[in-house]
Ligand binder design. Structure first.
Ligand code: ZN
Length: 267
């Protein structure tokens, strides 16, 4: 039970991150589109348009903007009757999380920069108007507010720095969670890849086995034929030779008998 709750929480965290990432590119419509864009199945763009309640060109425009950052990917199918292509879209979870991570890293470095600046530089403020000036601008204004004529006082940065540090802390924690989500997403991808490779290897082996069976069959056939052929060849040729020998020897016998007969006649 607790594992299930944990899993549901994980899914919610991931979904929130994905939505934040998508919304950073296409704005408020990201909240809607994330509800039905899938990370596994490709979804027909006409269905997306219908669900977003906007026309197909507006839908494609949103999706192209997302695909420019690699946050979605597509496949297309040709309509054989009408001859045009319909696109099907899928959310690329890993890339979308990585996109958010890049944004967050930028934000963190900005906050760090601001903290450093507050710690090193002096800022001035008109307490009455609550307008802040950095050192250069304060000097330009002769340390006097151009709105009310009040003299600036040095700003106490401790409160501001504290606020920045709070933001920094929050962002760093978020980064940690995103890194964790990215790691999980990569594991999922790896598992998918291993599955695909296993399937490929299995198919290759199957094909190889089929080819081997065919070759064996062919070999067996050839062997059968080879056994038949030599018999005829061996039997036929010597028979001819024997015949000629027989004829020759018969001729010789004939000659011999004739000679003997002649001799007999002489006697
Ligand atoms: Zn003022």
């Amino acid at each position: 039970m607790s594992i299930q709750i944990e899993k549901k929480n994980d899914e919610k965290i991931t979904k929130n991150f994905l939505q934040e990432s998508i919304s950073s590119v296409i704005g408020k419509q990201g909240e809607e589109i994330i509800k039905f864009l899938d990370t596994e199945k490709y979804i027909n763009e006409f269905i997306i348009a219908k669900k977003l309640d906007i026309n197909i060109n507006q839908t494609r425009n949103l999706l192209y903007r997302l695909s420019e950052h690699g946050l979605v990917s597509s496949t297309r199918k040709k309509d054989k009757k009408k001859g045009w292509y319909t696109y099907f879209w899928r959310l690329e979870a890993l890339r979308t999380l990585e996109f958010l991570k890049e944004m967050l890293k930028k934000r963190i470095s900005q906050i760090e920069h601001q903290i450093q600046s507050r710690e090193v530089k002096t800022f001035y403020v008109c307490e009455r108007c609550n307008i802040e000036y950095n050192e250069e601008n304060a000097l330009l204004h002769d340390f006097t507010c151009s709105e009310c004529g009040n003299v600036f006082i040095v700003k106490d940065n401790t409160k501001v720095i504290k606020e920045f540090r709070k933001n920094l802390d929050k962002s760093q924690k978020e980064l940690e969670i995103i890194n964790n989500e990215i790691r999980k997403e990569k594991e999922k991808d790896d598992k998918k890849k291993v599955k695909e490779i296993k399937k490929e290897v299995k198919e290759k082996l199957k094909k190889r086995l089929e080819k081997k069976k065919e070759r064996d069959k062919l070999k067996a056939k050839e062997m059968k034929q080879a056994k038949k052929v030599p018999k005829k060849a061996i039997v036929k040729k010597p028979q001819k030779k024997k015949e000629t020998r027989n004829v020759k020897s018969r001729k010789k016998i004939k000659v011999k008998t004739k000679k003997i007969q002649k001799k007999k006649k002489r006697r």
